[in-house]
Design a protein around this ligand. Structure first.
Ligand code: HEM
Length: 461
């Protein structure tokens, strides 16, 4: 295995074959994940390609990832500008994912405490309750087929809503899923399409996007005003946001700031975990011997009970499956940054305003850092196994902008796995499952599975 402390140097290779004006747009736009992976195999860990007028650098080596995200993080900022929103900022505004500088620092300080470890046991109980409610609905499906990706989206959306906002969104589920889908797709397309028309142009697509955004805005503003009117106090994100005061001015957050932060947690907090769980069920369904091992661990530890945060430490194989699933299908497959000024790393210099993609999907399958990288092998995460090289496994990013919900997600994922896996055996009912990038890495046409109740009485064994 390679050592990244030796500070390797790289040759920055140009991907050949770009067209004069479009560059490599067509290949990238049609199949971004496949294309980035293929270029990496052909041209190496540091490469450069063009999307219309933009030159994009793709880095797929742990040493480069660490430099961009950690050791030289001050030179590599987020790509969004508050005055000229593009990509995700068109949807999320200036929330924690898209903001920078002092606003980001202040808001991260406000939001971070809601994810403190001390709050996790209570949150885990709430997650399990929501999971039980969803499983009660599954009873009505009989031994039927479900799209497990859509099911996981609904489940994690309700989890985020109940844990962060103390509210159920169950009755609006279809419309929320639709609005988020429309707006995230629009945001993602705007990243690589130089012909993307500004939002105010009255095309059918722009109108659909604006309607989706309006629906999300109303949902969030209704949540905020209902809480303000009721005067109720809960230990949740909404209370933290409503009570936050600037240390110097004593001012609270504006309605726009509240909207941006709430919508950011809503979107970032469920879509990622839902995809992670969908891929996990897919991997288990296609590896029956690993699934049998998983079911055995869950049955032994829970004996038919609803899992708690405390149980997680006794479910190492379940956690290993989740970690391995995040390795093979990282929900955020690439992290985007932009240089503020000319920056030197890995033996070459990037100009100011250079766009960089840290390719997590490639990093996680790098043959110099992972034995048998394409293989689903949860055992590699168990005690006594070699830990991955620094920077080779970054599903939650790294450095100052690392995921604020890391701990939440690593409780939620294994907990819901244990709850669902204790009750159901799921089998794949679809020939092909294809990954697609739309901000997150999702199964393109969902994942159809058949549900089989494992212990008819509910109590195991
Ligand atoms: C398996 C689940 C998850 C994965 C794989 C994931 C992944 C990531 C990654 C890679 C980043 C860094 C992006 C960058 O550097 O540009 C990030 C940031 C972020 N994530 Fe997550 N995430 C997950 C779950 C969550 C959850 C549950 C929440 C909230 C409840 C959340 C909220 C956020 C926020 C607010 C940021 C921006 C943090 C900042 O810049 O200060 N994520 N996430």
């Amino acid at each position: 295995m390679q050592d990244i402390d030796s500070k390797p140097t790289f040759e920055l290779k140009d991907v050949p074959g770009g067209l004069p004006w479009l560059g490599h747009l067509r290949a990238f736009k049609d199949r971004p994940l496949h294309t980035m992976s293929e270029w990496w195999c052909r041209y190496g860990d540091a490469l450069r390609f063009r999307l219309g007028p933009k030159t994009v650098h793709l880095f797929s080596h742990p040493a480069l990832a660490e430099t961009v995200l950690l050791s030289q993080a001050d030179q590599f900022g987020k790509v969004y500008e508050e005055q000229r929103p593009t990509g995700l900022a068109l949807v999320l505004g200036n929330g924690l994912v898209t903001s920078s500088g002092e606003v980001w620092k202040r808001h991260r300080r406000i939001i971070q405490p809601v994810f403190h470890r001390s709050r996790m046991a209570a949150m885990a109980d709430r997650m399990a309750q929501v999971g039980e409610q969803r499983l009660a609905a599954w009873e009505g499906y009989g031994e039927g087929r479900v799209d497990i990706a859509a099911e996981m989206m609904q489940l994690t959306l309700e989890v985020i809503s109940q844990t962060m906002f103390h509210t159920s969104v169950a009755q609006h589920m279809d419309q929320i899923s639709h609005s988020l889908h429309v707006s995230l797709k629009y945001a993602f397309d705007s990243f690589h399409n130089p012909l993307h028309l500004p939002v105010w142009v009255p095309t059918a697509r722009n109108r659909e996007f604006r309607r989706a955004l309006q629906f999300m805005d109303n949902l969030i503003y209704d949540l905020v005003s209902a809480r303000r009117q009721s005067g109720a106090e809960y230990d949740d994100l909404l209370s933290l946001l409503l009570h936050a005061r600037d240390e110097e001015t004593g001012m609270g957050l504006s309605d726009q700031e509240l909207r941006d932060e709430a919508l950011t947690i809503f979107a970032a907090g469920h879509e990622t975990t839902a995809n992670a769980l969908a891929w996990t069920w897919y991997l288990l369904a296609t590896h029956p011997e690993k699934k049998a091992h998983f079911h055995a661990e869950v049955d032994r530890v829970l004996q038919g009970r609803t899992p708690t945060a405390e149980d997680l430490q006794h479910l190492p194989y379940t956690r290993a499956i989740f970690d391995e699933s995040l390795r093979l299908y990282p929900p955020v497959p690439a992290i985007q940054r932009k240089t503020h000024a000319p920056s030197t790393l890995g033996g070459f210099t990037l100009p100011a305003q250079a766009i960089v993609l840290v390719g997590l999907y490639n990093l996680h399958r790098h043959p110099a850092f992972w034995p048998d990288p394409e293989r689903f092998q949860p055992e590699r995460w168990l005690e006594g196994e070699r830990t991955p090289a620094r920077g080779a496994y970054l599903p939650f990013g790294a450095g100052p902008r690392a995921c604020v919900g890391t701990h939440f997600a690593t409780v939620e994922g294994p907990l819901l796995m244990a709850l669902i896996g204790g009750r159901y055996d799921m089998q794949l009912a679809q020939e092909q499952v294809e990954p697609e990038v739309m901000v997150t890495l999702r199964p393109k046409n969902g994942i159809r599975m058949t549900l089989h109740r494992r212990h008819k009485t509910g109590a195991a064994m």
